[in-house]
Design a protein around this ligand. Structure first.
Ligand SMILES: Cc1ncc(COP(=O)(O)O)c(C=O)c1O
Length: 421
């Protein structure tokens, strides 16, 4: 097996003559049935990622020592649905018992179809319409995190009409000095402003919403984060907010939802250690709270990113003076060129030859069609097949009509292939 494949990839192996094996299936067998380009999910890897969530919580409990010093936090994981909509992937995740985070009516329907009950759902979005709120109340969505005052007023009115006392959470816009991401920039698109105690004041004055009860706080602050030190001030911010709220109002929250944003397990177990460390950081802050809320994490990339692979063919190789390019038939209409994308390219067949450094692009005329840069490939030629790793999140769910048809999406499970919708 080539060195670059020895690293943590239990679902992949390499036969010296026959090439890559995904979940006990030769890549050529998959392509004989579904010609490239295709997106293939590994069900085994998905189950392994889901198992690692529970293991991360257990691992931390073992490391910290006396449970009486640190009451074990009540942890619940949710899958952030927007990461991947493929039907068979969703069914496997819903069966595992994790909750699900949705942002729209479309996602609500997808989640229902995959087997999640409304009570297992979390609904977050920066602007829920009155129709969204109506559905949330009528169906009994388990957790709704309100983003602004008018949304709160609408929710109260709708709850009153349904003669229900509705529990809700508020999404906070964390005020973390020196920290920016698309989710905590200075423009405040997500959640209530927390500067100068604004969100706290709002929580202290909720009596006018007679049909509502504050039951949680939520925020989402990271994208592909791989450094636990950046979580610490964020976790402190959320728990300090809950502690102040308790001190000022006696409100005991049912939950603190910390969102997602952890990097995928691609290439190494670094993400597992990060998840354990994050949970450790939470546990320490949790011990300082005088009551025990449930802590939610909503993970998308961590659960699905490294379970999906592209199988593509090399259309052309261009050896220019400045750079060498490999051009693939799998394009940026599904390999979405987000800043956070991290696609890796591996030849599907072992070949002798010189290892050369290539950039890899698609065959569409768009400046966005770069799949990865500075990739070392050995002996590749036009017509060869390559495997593109880490394609499982924010690809299938964001695929577009641009340039090509969307490739078939398959799930490989113990030697069987299923087509996803
Ligand atoms: C509110 C919320 N929670 C969780 C996530 C999941 O993020 P990730 O896939 O990076 O874990 C997102 C992603 O955008 C999100 O918006």
């Amino acid at each position: 097996m080539p060195d670059h494949l020895r690293i943590h990839r239990p679902h992949l192996s390499y036969h010296y003559n026959e090439g890559l094996i995904i979940e006990d299936m030769l890549y050529s067998r998959i392509l004989a049935k579904y010609p490239a380009p295709v997106l293939v999910y590994s069900a085994g890897k998905l189950r392994d990622n889901l198992k690692s969530l529970k293991a991360a919580v257990k691992g931390v409990a073992g490391r910290i020592g006396s449970p009486s010093d640190f009451p074990p936090p009540k942890f619940k994981f949710a899958y952030c649905l927007k990461a991947c909509y493929a039907s068979e992937v969703l069914k496997t995740i819903s069966k595992s018992g994790v909750h699900v985070e949705v942002m729209s009516q479309k996602e609500f329907r997808l989640a229902r179809k995959a087997g999640w009950k409304p009570g297992q759902m979390i609904w977050n979005s920066p602007g829920k319409s009155a129709a969204d709120l109506e559905l949330i109340v009528k169906e009994g969505v388990g957790q709704v995190n309100v983003d602004c005052l008018s949304e709160l007023e609408d929710l109260d009115r709708i709850a009153g009409r349904h003669k229900r006392k509705v529990k809700f959470g508020i999404r906070l816009h964390p005020n973390l000095k020196g920290r920016t991401s698309a989710f905590i920039d200075d423009r405040n698109r997500f959640g209530f402003d927390t500067r100068r105690g604004a969100a706290l004041k709002l929580c202290e004055d909720l009596t006018r919403f007679r049909n509502l009860r504050l039951s949680g706080i939520h925020a989402h602050a990271f994208i592909r984060e791989s450094n636990w030190r950046r979580f610490r001030p964020y976790v402190a911010f959320m728990f300090d907010f809950a502690a102040k709220l308790y001190a000022h109002t006696d409100i005991r929250l049912d939950y603190i939802n910390l969102g997602g944003g952890i990097d995928s397990r691609y290439r190494s177990r670094k993400a597992d250690i990060l998840l354990q460390t994050f949970i450790h950081v939470i546990r320490l802050k949790y011990a300082g709270l005088p009551y025990q809320p449930t802590v939610f994490l909503e993970l998308g990339r961590y659960i699905t990113a490294d379970t999906g692979f592209g199988l593509a063919r090399i259309v052309r190789i261009k050896k220019g003076k400045e750079a060498k390019w490999v051009i693939l038939d799998m394009a940026s209409n599904i390999l979405i060129p987000l800043n956070s994308a991290d696609f890796g390219v591996i030849p599907a067949q072992y070949k002798r030859g010189r290892a050369l450094r290539y950039h890899v692009g698609d065959n569409l005329s768009s400046y966005a069609g770069v799949i990865t840069r500075d990739c070392v490939l050995k002996g590749v030629a036009e017509g060869d097949c390559v495997l593109i790793e880490n394609c499982g999140a924010y690809t299938q769910s964001m695929a577009s009509q641009f340039g090509h048809e969307i490739p078939p999406v398959l799930v490989a499970d113990k030697g069987n292939l299923k087509v996803c919708r």
